[in-house]
Design a protein around this ligand. Structure first.
Ligand code: AHR
Length: 508
């Protein structure tokens, strides 16, 4: 059996894991909102129509922040359509997804839902058809106490107190020709700078400080690193906006080629490829920081990431309300790569301070719902839940002698790991993916954490890579394994099954 040695030392810290790394995303797309988080008449719905069964699952995932209302949708969205008495709200064509938007659910409902679910809102403003004025007025609607036409609208709509929304995305994927109102890097950079400035002024921020705390602004980076304009887009946009923004956004979806034309290794190479993407943007941030002579730091907001079979064909007719769109059912194979992507995010927590799993319910999501009925947890639910539950505190650097496999991105490690230590709870977490088709022996040496005692050892594996969960039952779930022995308080030997994800938790 091949052996891999992994070494970590408590003193070699990569960075703190920001709680917002475990965020997610709800877009007006398919059944994410309607029949997802909002379904009046559902047996578990409250007086607002918010599904209680869905909120319970979201709480299980420990999601602290949710991005809303899009995504591509936001680039054609007029937020004023979604406020005020429901009977007066216009029904519109949504050109991003070719559906009909009733506007039954809008900003006020989202904020109310966030409060109920214990979630921080991360709002996106429209930089496609929307103006700087629209963006600033949404900030005014949400955050100004009252006494102006716009803030009094919120009060008239039942919210006396301002919402105090802190996180704002300035548009979405503006580099993509598929975006409503797509712009060049230079055009977007200039518009984003002005939007950022005016949004901050509206929030009461001056050179002397801020009335309600400063906004955290996220400027749109490249839609993914396969765009021809990457990373020039990011450089240009950052050169315009560096002093005004806090985060640069990045998005990436990986896909398993179901036609069989591309080998499995290309899919298994995703976590290491994501690492290259993040590191290119870390370098771009450093370059621009030096170029504009800035003393501040801009971080990364990986506010759309997941696995998505983008090549699957739409089956629903155009202009339907809440159609079944992007309802990927995740396999065990997906869960394994997903765990590797989470390891990559954790290993880059020094720069990636926000992560949004895209999306949260029904649309490429860990949670699926039935209209009027049940829910189920997808395979990807589990790595997210385990890591969001326990991979807290700081990520520690690891050194490994894993062998490599070739794939379309280059070479990737068979054994992919993340080690996290939370000093507050003295908990150490190890997440390990084995992408090899044979079992592997792992020798872990976890130094300077104190004497380790094992608390939990869970493993996900399956003889059938295509195994999925469904309303009829869950087949892809972690299994508890017998706790491993710890030698000299710091050394652990494990046998990982072929193609598996393992999660270990120790107290120390
Ligand atoms: O999450 C689905 C879509 O993917 C989003 O609307 C868009 O931003 C991205 O291309």
């Amino acid at each position: 059996m091949k052996k891999t040695k992994i070494f970590a030392d408590a003193n070699l810290v990569i960075g703190q894991v920001s709680p917002t790394l475990y965020g997610s995303f709800i877009e007006h797309l398919g059944r994410a909102v309607y029949e997802g988080i909002y379904e009046p008449g559902h047996p578990t719905a409250d007086e607002n129509g918010f599904r209680g069964d869905v909120i319970a699952l979201i709480k299980e995932l420990n999601v602290p922040i949710v991005r809303y209302p899009g995504g591509n949708f936001v680039s054609g969205y007029d937020w004023k359509d979604g406020i005020g008495p429901r009977e007066g709200r216009p029904v519109r064509l949504d050109l991003a997804w070719h559906t009909t938007e009733t506007n039954e659910f809008g900003t006020d409902e989202f904020i109310k839902w966030c409060k109920k679910a214990g979630i921080e809102p991360m709002m996106a403003v429209n930089m496609g058809t929307g103006s700087i004025r629209d963006a600033a007025q949404l900030v005014e609607y949400c955050n100004h106490p009252g006494g102006t036409a716009i803030s009094d609208l919120r009060r008239a709509n039942g919210a006396e107190e301002p919402y105090g929304v802190k996180y704002w995305c300035i548009g979405n994927e503006m580099d993509g020709p598929w975006q409503i109102g797509h712009l060049s890097a230079d055009e977007y950079g200039k518009k984003a700078l002005e939007a950022a400035k005016v949004m901050r002024w509206t929030n009461g921020e001056t050179d002397d400080g801020a009335l309600n705390g400063k906004l955290k602004l996220i400027v749109s980076g490249s839609s993914n690193h396969e765009m021809k304009t990457f990373p020039e887009w990011d450089r240009i946009v950052l050169e315009h906006t560096f002093e005004q923004v806090d985060f640069l956004s990045m998005h990436r979806y990986y896909e398993y080629d179901r036609t069989g034309e591309r080998p499995l290794e290309d899919f298994f190479g995703a976590p290491d490829d994501m690492n290259v993407y993040i590191n290119t943007l870390k370098a771009t941030l450093e370059y621009v920081r030096a170029k504009v002579r800035s003393e501040k730091r801009v971080y990364l907001s990986f506010d759309e990431w997941n696995i998505w079979t983008q090549s699957s064909k739409r089956k629903e007719p155009l202009w339907k309300k809440a159609p079944h769109l992007l309802e990927d059912v995740y396999t065990f194979r997906d869960a394994l790569v997903f765990a590797g992507l989470m390891n990559t995010l954790l290993n880059n927590c020094d720069a990636v301070r926000i992560g949004c799993l895209a999306q949260l319910v029904n649309v490429i999501a860990p949670i699926m719902t039935e209209k009027g009925g049940r829910t189920f947890k997808q395979s990807i639910f589990y790595p997210f839940r385990y890591l969001s539950g326990y991979a807290r505190g700081e990520t520690v650097r690891t050194f490994s002698d894993s062998d490599l496999f070739p794939n379309k991105y280059g070479a990737a490690r068979f054994i992919n790991e993340a080690v996290n230590y939370d000093p507050a709870t003295r908990t150490l977490v190890v997440s390990l993916c084995n992408f090899a088709q044979d079992k592997r022996e792992i020798e872990l040496e976890l130094r300077s954490f104190g004497k380790l005692s094992p608390l939990e050892y869970a493993e996900m594996t399956s003889p059938d890579l295509d195994a999925v969960n469904g309303f009829d039952g869950e087949r892809v779930v972690p299994q508890e394994r017998e706790l491993p022995a710890v030698k000299d308080g710091s050394r652990v030997t494990l046998t990982l099954p072929p193609m598996s994800w393992s999660f270990l938790r120790f107290s120390c």
